[in-house]
Design a protein around this ligand. Structure first.
Ligand SMILES: C[S@@+](CC[C@H](N)C(=O)[O-])C[C@H]1O[C@@H](n2cnc3c(N)ncnc32)[C@H](O)[C@@H]1O
Length: 449
């Protein structure tokens, strides 16, 4: 693909992601398919788009130093500067002179001579003099926000909950790559066999401590492996594997998964049940139901019945005491998965968190009568916000006196995770920096009467 077209595509993608508050990963996938982008260019495009979004606040701090009237600039010029700065500061794949040349070409074709001179001047200045130091920012919180490209309100919120050091670690971890992990389908292959096969194919792998089915991929693209293509393994973050483990489903049980799409956890549960018993899986969005069916079919699991339903009203569909196990993997702010979906940190507002907490509690309250006595209910989210996690747990316990947090949950956690910094009497908060997983919360309730 001509370099100009690739760079232009990147600008259009960045504009769309910012203007529509669209999920970057979905828009990137769509564009790659639409434009028939080659695997080599796909890697570069993904790296520049994600990197530019992930470092947006830092990049703007640098750009503001060179451009006084940034507010008056057209959005595409700002994107062009951001992606050029990103490449010059953080990537060493393309030499600076080539980055400047391409940026000036784009500015000429998309704009006019005035803009191309400005772009040329600014980028040459960066090439000659580098970018200003963030140590010029006096306020410590503001400095951390700029250095790690997080909104100040979020940094302040995390400092209030977790203190300075944890917040710094979390913000910095959000700029790194998480560990890539897969889960084996144990009815088709054992973990040892899968690891051996992957090693023979040139992958670098190691077992996960989160689940006996988990494998960490240190090197190699799993999408290319025969094991993945033939449904012997599926991609899943290690933190999510903990849900299937801690739910302790057994063959023959009746299980409810209230918020199931795209089906990562429900298929794990079906595997643990040896594909025997019954699972009712629901999601609010009809179009996502086929994702659950597709994942179940890839993994050759047949006990999952996926249907659209609003989990806040499941009492209308089922009788009381119907299930042995219930999973509420609730819709959440996603503040634990920022490093995979960096746009989340700019799009979320405090009011979103409050609204989600209301929905999370409503879902838990709706399913609570459906569990049998001594049954197990897992509540999980992929966020690090206590208002959606521990606070929801507290309110649920206040409103459902027949439920307790299961004390054996903590002993059942895998060795190495039991003493992790996020363990409280209300559950386990995993932070992105601790095990290189997603930020994730889970707890286990039992119904006592
Ligand atoms: C965290 S995701 C679930 C991920 C899934 N458990 C997995 O492991 O693949 C939350 C899901 O809840 C769904 N959702 C949101 N509001 C819902 C509601 N009121 N009832 C049921 N599902 C809902 C979303 O569409 C989303 O697919």
């Amino acid at each position: 693909m001509e370099k100009f077209i690739l760079r232009n595509t990147i600008i259009d993608l960045l504009l769309r992601i910012e203007q529509d508050s669209g999920y970057s990963h979905l828009l990137i996938d769509k564009e790659i398919k639409k434009q028939h982008i080659s695997p080599k260019d796909e890697g570069l495009l993904t790296e520049i788009v994600y990197g530019t979004i992930n470092r947006k606040i830092t990049l703007d701090y640098y750009i503001n130093h060179f451009v006084k009237a940034k507010k008056k600039m057209e959005p595409w010029v700002i994107m062009l500067l951001r992606m050029s700065f990103y490449q010059m500061i953080y990537l060493n794949k393309v030499p600076d002179h080539a980055i400047i040349h391409e940026a000036v070409e784009i500015a000429k074709r998309r704009g006019h001579k005035g803009i191309s001179s400005l772009v040329n001047g600014v980028l040459r200045n960066v090439q000659r003099n580098g970018v200003p130091s963030t140590s010029l920012i006096e306020d410590e919180v503001e400095r951390l926000a700029v250095e790690t490209s997080h909104p100040t309100w979020l940094v302040k919120r995390w400092i209030k909950h977790y203190g300075d050091e944890m917040t710094k670690q979390m913000c910095e971890a959000n700029l790194t790559q998480k560990a890539h992990s897969i889960r084996v389908q144990p009815l088709k292959i054992s973990r040892d066999e899968a690891m051996e096969q992957l090693i023979n194919e040139g992958y670098e792998v190691r077992p996960s401590i989160f689940s006996e089915q988990g494998i960490i991929i240190d090197k190699g693209n799993i999408l290319k492996s025969a094991l993945f293509k033939n449904g012997y393994v599926t991609i899943q973050d290690q933190s999510s594997m903990l849900v299937g483990e801690m739910l302790q489903p057994k063959p023959g049980m009746q299980v409810l998964d209230a918020c199931s799409a795209p089906g990562g956890k429900v298929t794990h549960i079906a595997e643990k049940m040896e594909n025997k018993g019954w699972i009712d899986a629901h999601d609010l969005h009809a179009k996502k139901i086929k994702l659950i069916d597709q994942k179940a079919s890839e993994l050759e699991l047949t006990i999952i019945d996926a249907k659209k339903a609003d989990a806040r009203h499941l009492q209308e569909l089922y009788e009381e005491n119907s299930f042995d196990r219930i999973l509420v993997d609730a819709p959440c702010s996603g503040l634990g998965v920022i490093r995979g979906k960096p746009d989340i940190k700019y799009n979320k507002k405090i009011s979103d968190i409050t609204n989600l907490a209301t929905i999370q509690l409503a879902i838990l309250n709706s399913v609570s009568p459906l569990l049998k006595k001594d049954g197990v209910l897992i509540y999980s989210t992929c966020t690090v916000d206590p208002e959606e996690n521990e606070e929801v747990v507290k309110k649920f316990l206040q409103q459902n006196t027949d439920y307790l947090v299961d004390k054996s949950f903590f002993n059942d956690l895998p060795q190495g995770i039991q003493d992790s910094p996020g363990v409280t009497e209300l559950g386990l908060q995993l932070f992105p920096q601790t095990f290189q997983t997603d930020g994730f919360f889970l707890t286990r309730f039992i119904r006592t009467t």
